[in-house]
Write a protein that binds this ligand. Structure first.
Ligand code: ZN
Length: 458
């Protein structure tokens, strides 16, 4: 046996390691060594333990260890608003009026304090469910305040310029931050990219516009070209429901993805969120373009699959399209429910995605969509140490037979034990290791009361 010649800060041993690398390498009796912010080595436990002398050793006790998960679409400052809306049957009612009163009302009422309170509670919820990096789609009013709040909690985030909408429409009229003007949007685009100058910044920036009928082709062209020039993605909502897909078909004279392809607007830099409604002639352009799809299975299910059927995303994933997941807003489901929902929705569509397929969507595929896969998204030597260590002191994970299915689908977020971001242990023993969580909870409660009062809902 070799001498322990190398030092490491943390060694996770006796682990069932899913590296989520491109080959989906597994080490059922594996270990991971971490030095500083980075992964130093991953491999069979015996080999890694013989090589490293560790400052701290974590025994995973046979539980699953995998990369921190990535949520590609989360409206972080609406985190508590999503949970606070009063639900009602919308039969015979105008849903826009209801959304306007509640959702838009509270969103318009957000000031930096309430945005920070939302961000911290959302970030804590993510970390406790094993999400270490999330992408905000451009609906934060005060990005600097939110970046500061997120950095305190320690989650990685990527922010975009607020409310990039240049087509006036009934869905956006009530949002006070929206200034539907192409010139304004084009000149503001890319304002958050300044954050990427610091390679160690927890909060980064990307290019996004809102989409779903709120964008001209000119604004799309500007966003796509800026994303490509700066080596990042271009992100927007697209074809969430039959209504907005049909609205696009009317204004473009053909189905939107077909029109985008003809206009040269599809490429691997495109990251389109939802894509629940894709018509037959849109499949070929999507597959050919190399774009990424952010699927929100809990959102899709919340609004009813009958609105969107057939959902083609599971089939597209099997055809090699880069599919990743995003919670959108936590309403009746949390970050830990995403994998389970993706799994049953695939079955609902007569398709199949394995728990490993879904974990891959939530790790390497997410990093690929954001163009950060050279340093994030899998457990490989040299990449940043964003790591989840699951627990197996839960009945759902016994007997140890289908470890991936039992941990990912049955135990879900409950089985998240230790969460590390950039080599720093942030969650341990079911709690934030550095912050008093009760401060975050009380701040959230105060902000929630303020929002309801300002929105006239109190
Ligand atoms: Zn969204």
């Amino acid at each position: 046996m070799a001498d322990k010649t190398e030092a490491c800060d943390v060694l996770i041993r006796n682990a069932y390691v899913l590296t989520c690398d491109a080959k989906r390498t597994k080490h059922p009796k594996g270990a991971v060594a971490v030095v500083g912010r980075k992964i130093a080595a991953v491999g069979p436990s015996a080999e890694i333990e013989a090589r490293f002398k560790a400052r701290r050793t974590i025994d995973a006790n046979g539980a699953l260890v995998h990369p921190g998960m990535i949520d590609l679409h989360y409206h972080i400052t609406q985190h508590m608003i999503g949970k606070m809306i009063e639900e009602a049957s919308l039969e015979g009612e105008d849903p826009l009026a209801w959304i306007g009163r509640q959702y838009t009302g509270m969103s318009n009422a957000l000031r930096p304090e309430e945005e920070q309170a939302n961000a911290q509670l959302g970030a804590l919820d993510m970390l406790r469910n094993g999400i270490t990096f999330f992408v905000e789609p451009g609906t934060v009013h005060t990005p600097d305040a939110v970046a500061e709040a997120l950095t305190e909690v320690g989650v990685r985030g990527s922010l975009a310029d607020p409310w990039m909408i240049d087509v006036p429409g009934p869905a956006f009229e009530a949002i006070t931050a929206v200034k539907p003007d192409t010139k304004h949007c084009v000149s503001a685009l890319g304002g958050q990219l300044k954050r990427n100058a610091d390679p160690d910044a927890r909060v980064r920036g990307h290019v996004a516009i809102y989409g779903v009928g709120g964008q001209t082709l000119d604004l799309m062209r500007a966003a796509k070209s800026l994303g490509e020039r700066t080596g990042g993605p271009f992100n927007m909502h697209q074809s969430q429901s039959v209504d907005d897909a049909e609205g696009d078909t009317r204004r473009f004279g053909k189905n939107p993805l077909v029109r985008y392809a003809e206009e040269g607007l599809l490429s691997p830099s495109c990251v389109f969120v939802h894509m629940n409604v894709l018509r037959e002639d849109e499949i070929a352009p999507v597959v050919k373009s190399g774009l990424s799809i952010v699927w929100s299975p809990t959102n899709s299910w919340y609004y009813g699959t009958r609105q969107q059927a057939p959902n083609r995303i599971p089939g597209l994933a099997r055809r090699g399209v880069n599919v990743t997941l995003g919670l959108d807003v936590s309403k009746a489901a949390s970050f830990g429910d995403q994998a389970y929902t993706a799994y049953v929705l695939a079955r609902d569509q007569g398709d199949y995605l394995s728990p490993e397929d879904i974990l891959q969507m939530q790790t390497l595929n997410g990093a690929r969509a954001m163009k950060v896969d050279s340093w994030l998204g899998s457990l490989e030597a040299g990449k940043r140490a964003d790591i989840v260590v699951r627990r197996n002191d839960l009945p759902e994970v016994w007997p140890r037979h289908n470890t991936e299915r039992q941990q990912i689908l049955l135990a879900r977020g409950k089985s998240v034990g230790i969460v590390m971001v950039d080599g720093e242990i942030l969650i341990e023993g079911g709690r934030h290791a550095k912050l008093d969580e009760s401060v975050i909870y009380e701040r959230a409660d105060r902000a929630a009361r303020t929002l309801r009062e300002r929105a006239g809902l109190a």
